[in-house]
Design a protein around this ligand. Structure first.
Ligand SMILES: [Zn+2]
Length: 159
C-alpha cells in the first residue's frame, strides 16, 4: 500500500465528496426527504444538500449511499425545532421512521468497523460511485425515453 502524497488524501476526499453529493441529490430527485419539497411556499427553489446520517468524519460510511439523504436547509442546518442538526431527538425519530430500525441499526454497526482510507480504497469508491451515477442516470433517461416514445393516444382514454 503506497502512502498518500502530500495533500493527496484531502484532495481524494473532496473528489469523492463532490461525486457522492451529486449521486445522493440525483437519487433523491433533489427533494428534501423530510418535507418532500423542492420549492418553498413562494415557488422558490429550495437549497437541498446531501446530509450524512452518521457524521461524515466516520470515513467507513462517508461515501456509502445508505448513510445519506437529501435534506433542505431548513431541515438540515437551520436552528430550531425542525432541524436535523439542532434537534437530535427529533432527527433520530424521523430517520428511523424514514429508513426503518434495521437500516439504522446496521449503520450504527458498520460505523464501528475498523477502516482505513487508502489510495486503493479511494479508487474503489470512485469507480463504484461513478458506476452508480451512470446506472441511475441511464435508468432515468430510459424511463423518459419510454414515456416519450409510447405516449397514450387520447383515443385510447376512456370518456
Ligand atoms: Zn425540508
Amino acid at each position: 500500500m503506497k502512502p498518500w502524497s502530500k495533500g493527496g488524501e484531502a484532495q481524494a476526499k473532496r473528489r469523492l465528496d463532490r461525486l457522492f453529493s451529486e449521486l445522493i441529490l440525483f437519487r433523491d430527485h433533489r427533494l428534501c426527504q423530510w418535507c418532500k419539497r423542492a420549492t418553498d411556499e413562494d415557488g422558490k427553489k429550495l437549497k437541498v444538500d446531501n446530509s450524512h446520517i452518521i457524521p461524515r468524519e466516520v470515513l467507513r460510511l462517508r461515501w456509502d449511499e445508505r448513510n445519506s439523504v437529501a435534506v433542505c436547509f431548513r431541515h438540515h442546518k437551520s436552528r430550531g425545532f425542525w432541524s436535523w442538526h439542532s434537534n437530535p431527538l427529533l432527527a433520530a425519530q424521523w430517520i428511523r421512521k424514514l429508513l426503518g430500525d434495521t437500516h439504522c441499526d446496521e449503520l450504527l454497526r458498520v460505523a464501528q468497523e475498523p477502516y482505513e482510507f487508502t489510495f486503493e480504497e479511494f479508487l474503489r469508491i470512485e469507480r463504484l460511485l461513478k458506476q452508480r451515477l451512470l446506472t441511475l442516470s441511464s435508468a432515468t433517461l430510459l424511463a423518459s425515453a419510454i414515456g416519450e416514445l409510447c405516449p397514450l393516444p387520447s383515443s385510447l382514454l376512456p370518456q
